[in-house]
Design a protein around this ligand. Structure first.
Ligand SMILES: [Zn+2]
Length: 313
């Protein structure tokens, strides 16, 4: 009997994952042997079937068990679905508990994407400030005049093009310096402080001391005159940036210029960066591809019908 149950669990889960993922074996080139074993969670099928939408915590706890045993991408998907459902069920309650914020953090834990992790952490903070790390300030909108925002963004752009004097003049204005200092963590790929000091130092280094941003020098003692690329700035004056730092600067400017990217989905498509606006709980399930109405696990799949399908066991 136990063996029968285990076999039907394997078959049911494998069927569900094949249904969700297409032909699993196709990728490995072994269609016949491509079925994926479920994660090694005790009583998994029984616990899935026993889930009751009135008990969001049970979804969360099972999600944690699945996540900790996950060895295949399909296992992670199952854990994610459980966390999303826990989140949705909990926040529908009159008094949401710790579960919704914890589900966001658990999703952040299993996410492979840094931008997704950051957004989920932000969302956790929205759901429950006590659940999240304290050092994020992105939920705080920038309240400054359009003119100051524009000039602060301009100062950063000036540094990139090597116009250090103009950047210095802008950064020296108290209201602009204050804005840059306040939001400098947006500039850093890891959200760390200290970028204001770097910008100030860079502003001192430009324009190019060799070519004054002319990008070329005249080779001495040669006739007719011959121009060579400036060896100091290599013909490209301005602050040297890694790609991640460039993204940070654009993120900073984008947000100062009133963040056209209002939703997380839009931002993920356009910028691998920090959230611009308050995270919206309504976006969680659709963005992660979970149908939050399907809260019942029946016959190896999620459904919105508590009695649909056959019991199977
Ligand atoms: Zn130069």
């Amino acid at each position: 009997m136990t063996m029968r149950i285990q076999i039907s669990v394997v078959v049911a889960l494998a069927a569900a994952w094949i249904g969700a993922q297409g032909v699993l074996g196709a990728e490995s080139g072994q269609p016949a042997a491509g079925r994926i074993a479920p994660p090694a969670v005790a009583d998994l099928e029984r616990r899935l079937r026993a889930l009751d939408p009135r008990d969001a915590e049970a979804y969360f706890l099972l999600g944690e068990d699945v996540a900790s045993e996950a060895v295949e991408p399909e296992h992670v998907e199952l854990a994610k679905t459980l966390f999303v459902l826990a989140f949705e069920l909990d926040r529908r309650q009159a008094a949401p508990s710790w579960v919704s914020a914890s589900a966001c953090l658990a999703l952040a834990e299993v996410s492979r994407l840094e931008r997704e992790r950051r957004w989920l952490t932000a969302l956790a903070r929205t759901m429950d400030a006590r659940q999240a790390p304290p050092d994020w300030n992105y939920a705080d909108p920038i309240r400054i005049s359009d003119e100051t925002a524009y000039q602060a963004a301009t100062a950063i752009g000036m540094l990139r093009s090597g116009h250090g004097r103009q950047a210095r003049e802008l950064l020296a204005r108290p209201e602009i310096g204050a804005v840059v200092l306040r939001y400098e963590t947006l500039l850093h790929p890891m959200g760390l402080p200290g970028e204001t000091g770097r910008l100030t130092r860079e502003a001192e280094r430009w324009p190019c001391p060799e070519c004054s941003n002319e990008r070329v020098l005249r080779r001495p003692g040669v006739n007719p005159p011959e121009l060579i690329p400036c060896p100091w700035c290599r013909g490209d004056p301005g602050i040297r940036l890694t790609m991640a730092e460039m993204v940070g600067q654009l993120r900073f400017e984008s947000r100062l210029l009133a963040g056209v990217h209002r939703s997380w989905s839009a931002q993920v498509a356009s910028d691998a960066g920090l959230p611009v606006r308050d995270p919206d709980p309504d976006e969680l399930a659709p963005t992660l591809g979970v149908d939050a109405s399907k809260v019942f696990w029946r016959s190896g799949r999620w459904t919105d019908q508590p009695e649909s399908g056959q019991a199977g066991l």
